[in-house]
Design a protein. Structure first.
Length: 280
């Protein structure tokens, strides 16, 4: 029964994916878009190329710029005002109190050990192990996205923490943390770093059902790592949500870089084969 449900879910996912792709093609071929393309060809071409992988200046650079803008926004007064908004503060405090009142010792202890996956030394250890495995298995194209995700998130999170100086919910914390609260480094790295690792696993699976299962595993893992920070009351809800958003941008950037490298290598290989055929 479970196997059949997973298979149906995987088929539904790929039907939706193909549907979106077809919708995108239909949109680009619509009369309205063609009119815009005819009237403003340069703008149309520029926007269209933002979503291609032929060159670094296309999708990879677009995501890099979006990531850069997001990092600037984290340092903007708007975000500072947001996390000090009375409504947000009320939600953060209320949820922290709720988690504290519901705390069960054995669950808290389990989450305490689980949250180590997001700690600095935990992430660095897994990054080193992953690097060795990618080299041994000859999947070196994953090295760049793994370290982009790791180093990028660490830089952004630490910079933001020292800028905002937001104090953690120390009255309810399960254990003491010495760094500042906003944004959650664990939540950020769960999406960016572990998201890239799950992406590598999913890309290596051949069957749709297997891909879907690993996708669900990624969602559960990322969700639990973020929730563990809330259950242990070492972060506020807004810290975790901001971490997820920031991590998503770094994950997209890292994955786009890898796809661009793969696309470039295929292009070079096709060019090399074409030259050999012409010589014959």
């Amino acid at each position: 029964m479970l196997k059949k449900s997973v298979s149906l879910a995987a088929k539904l996912y790929y039907r939706l994916k193909n549907g979106f792709n077809n919708a995108g093609v239909s949109f680009l071929e619509s009369k309205a878009v063609k009119k815009i393309a005819a009237k403003y060809p340069k703008i149309y071409t520029l926007l269209l190329h933002r979503f291609l992988l032929d060159e670094f200046i296309q999708l990879p650079l677009t995501l890099l710029l979006l990531s850069f803008i997001a990092n600037l926004l984290l340092l903007d007064e708007i975000v500072d005002a947001f996390i000090h908004n009375s409504f947000i503060v009320t939600i953060d405090q209320s949820f922290a109190q709720l988690m504290y009142s519901m705390r069960v010792e054995w669950i808290a202890k389990a989450f305490y050990y689980f949250t180590m996956f997001g700690s600095f030394w935990g992430v660095v250890s897994i990054a080193i192990i992953s690097t060795v495995l990618f080299i041994i298995t000859k999947h070196k194209t994953y090295l760049l996205p793994v370290w982009i995700a790791l180093l990028g998130t660490q830089f952004t999170v630490q910079m933001s923490k020292h800028y905002f100086h937001r104090i953690r919910p120390v009255d309810f914390s399960y254990y003491p943390e010495t760094s500042f609260s906003f944004p959650s480094g664990h939540a950020t790295v769960s999406v960016a770093f572990y998201g890239v690792l799950f992406y590598a696993i999913i890309r290596s699976r051949k069957r749709y059902a297997s891909k879907f299962r690993w996708m669900m595993a990624a969602i559960v893992f990322i969700g639990l790592l973020g929730f563990s920070r809330l259950y242990l009351c070492v972060h506020y809800v807004s810290d975790v949500m901001a971490g997820y958003s920031l991590g998503l941008l770094w994950m997209l950037l890292a994955i786009s870089m890898r796809e661009w490298v793969i696309h470039r290598e295929k292009k070079k290989l096709n060019g090399y084969q074409l030259k050999n055929e012409n010589r014959r």
